[in-house]
Design a protein around this ligand. Sequence first.
Ligand SMILES: [Zn+2]
Length: 130
Amino acid sequence: MVDLHCHILPGLDDGPATMEESAAMAESAIADGITHIVATPHSSDEYFFDFAHVRQLRDELQAKAGNRLKIVTGCDFHLNPENLEALRKDPRQYCINQRGAPGLLRAGDRRRADRRLRRRRSTRCPEGGW
Ligand SMILES: [Zn+2]
């Protein structure tokens, strides 16, 4: 079973505050039969998305979970001008496992988002798998 949207990494947003809480969430997911999780910290006006830090936390949590749970990174991406500019420069950091789904998890006002996206050149993540 795959969880495509999980705020499991610590100290990044409104998810867990500590690595211990993250590890407990991972154990709970394993107990529920989840085999893969996409860690999706927010990138929004409220929460800054620091990809290097996200990867570091993913690696730490992956080490705790071992081979019982595959953790990859994605992003709960909110549409705002700063994010859209960052997306144009480096779309991979926001993609599932930096090569997964051709697209992003988007949140926010759908109509406003659609207008903003139409004004911008299409940006897609490279094709690939987990
Ligand atoms: Zn979310």
